[in-house]
Design a protein around this ligand. Structure first.
Ligand code: PLP
Length: 401
């Protein structure tokens, strides 16, 4: 019965979807992103729908186990977004006593908005610091806890006794042969549609500390014990309370569905090929742009790291003949989508007014340059020479035309 159903689903999906990684981008367009999923993911999700089990279940658990092994750490806890992963991990670091409430955490001034906001939401004190001009990441050896954002596929090499990794846009990037997400006390990933791999919306926490993973499991789902490895001991210790509704953390509800787990399982079969292609594109595009001698710079892979090219950042030189908005408009006219480099200088975002404990460790010459003169363009596993040449032509026309 089940295999009949699965055969019928596979036939239906095969009639509509490529078994591979989708189509090339349309000619004359450099879009921001392209789908990374195909027939296997859609069939698995339909199978979940028809099975009747759609909430977090066996497929999420199987995906967590495979994802932890892929990153190279002991445990993984899936949630409904990368932002939720950051919120849960940082809250768990406080709840397990690894960070005292109010403690300072260094956060790069260039990162995603919710990388910063999660530090505040977890009751910690974010300290914004400038980023390195060659990587656009936080770099150095620190005494303080650090939230290192691996920016647009570029891995940060920062070191700290308490390193928290935001790897939401850097799946498969490495530092000294170690995958990001396995370098510190915990890592966070996003599986939003435009990322290296997707569950449509989704996120993951990675760690090798079992107690931290268990606390994340409680915080993810109402604060209860159901998915914890120590649930039997906790139930015995609180025998007067029904273990089905025994709450040990002041939790959230940021669970994923099993449809997201279904997607994730098959995305893991594709991620290495996707990351390799993005890495090769990044190196190729950097070399091609450097050879043009245009008044802008790009950000090549650095020694000891592998860069998995999430987006392709560019920084106009101060002496460039046009400003940032003009560059964006001219590239758009050439079919090339652009975006700001993440949150640019987060210290200049109005939302920081809502962060009473924020400390700014300025000045921010690099973050300000990114804010005023930086853009990124799309990158993808089906992009290649055609997209590179379109970008080169667009940049030439925009800057010299
Ligand atoms: C560096 C970084 N951190 C966090 C996030 C948030 O992830 P999500 O959109 O899944 O909440 C993103 C999203 O792009 C990101 O790039």
């Amino acid at each position: 019965m089940t295999s009949d159903r699965r055969r019928a689903i596979d036939a239906l999906v095969a009639a509509h979807l490529d078994p591979g990684l989708g189509a090339d981008p349309p000619a004359g367009r450099l879009p921001l992103a392209q789908p990374t999923f195909g027939a296997a993911e859609v069939a698995e999700a339909i199978d979940s729908l028809l099975s009747g089990w759609v909430t977090m279940g066996g497929k999420v658990q199987a995906f967590e186990e495979r994802f932890a092994a892929w990153v190279g750490c002991e445990q993984a806890v899936m949630v409904n977004s990368g932002s939720s992963a950051l919120l849960v991990l940082l809250s768990a670091l406080v709840e397990t006593g690894r960070l005292q409430r109010g403690a300072e955490v260094l956060v790069p001034a260039v990162g995603w908005s919710t990388s910063l906001f999660a530090v505040h939401q977890a009751g910690l004190t974010p300290v914004l610091v400038d980023v390195d001009p060659d990587s656009l990441c936080i770099e150095g050896v620190f005494d303080h806890p650090v939230l290192a954002v691996h920016l647009l596929g570029q891995p940060s090499r920062a070191r700290s006794p308490l390193l928290i990794e935001d790897a939401c846009g850097a799946h498969g990037a490495t530092v000294d042969g170690l995958k990001v997400g396995a370098r510190g006390v915990g890592g966070c990933f996003s599986f939003f549609f435009s990322h290296h791999m997707t569950t449509v919306e989704g996120g993951m926490i990675t760690t090798s500390a079992p107690d931290l993973a268990d606390t994340c499991r409680s915080l993810r789902a109402h604060g209860w014990i159901r998915e914890r490895s120590d649930r039997d001991a906790l139930a015995a210790a609180h025998a007067d309370t029904d273990p089905r509704f025994l709450f040990v953390s002041a939790g959230f509800n940021v669970r994923p569905t099993d449809l997201a787990g279904a997607f994730g399982l098959h995305q893991l079969d594709r991620i290495d090929a996707i990351a390799a292609r993005r890495r090769a594109n990044h190196a190729d595009w950097c070399a091609a742009i450097a050879a043009e001698g245009l008044p802008l710079r790009c950000f090549p892979e650095r020694p000891g790291t592998s860069h998995v090219g999430f987006g392709f950042p560019l920084l106009l030189a101060p002496e460039a003949p046009i400003d940032r908005p003009t560059l964006c408009a001219r590239l758009q006219a050439e079919g090339i989508d652009t975006r700001p480099i993440s949150g640019s200088n987060l210290a200049r975002q109005p939302a920081v007014a809502h962060l009473p404990r924020l400390r700014l460790e300025g000045p921010f010459p690099v973050a300000n340059a990114v804010h005023d003169r930086g853009i990124f363009v799309g990158q993808g596993h089906r992009y290649g020479d055609g997209q590179r040449d379109l970008l080169l032509r667009g940049l030439r026309r925009a800057l010299t035309g």
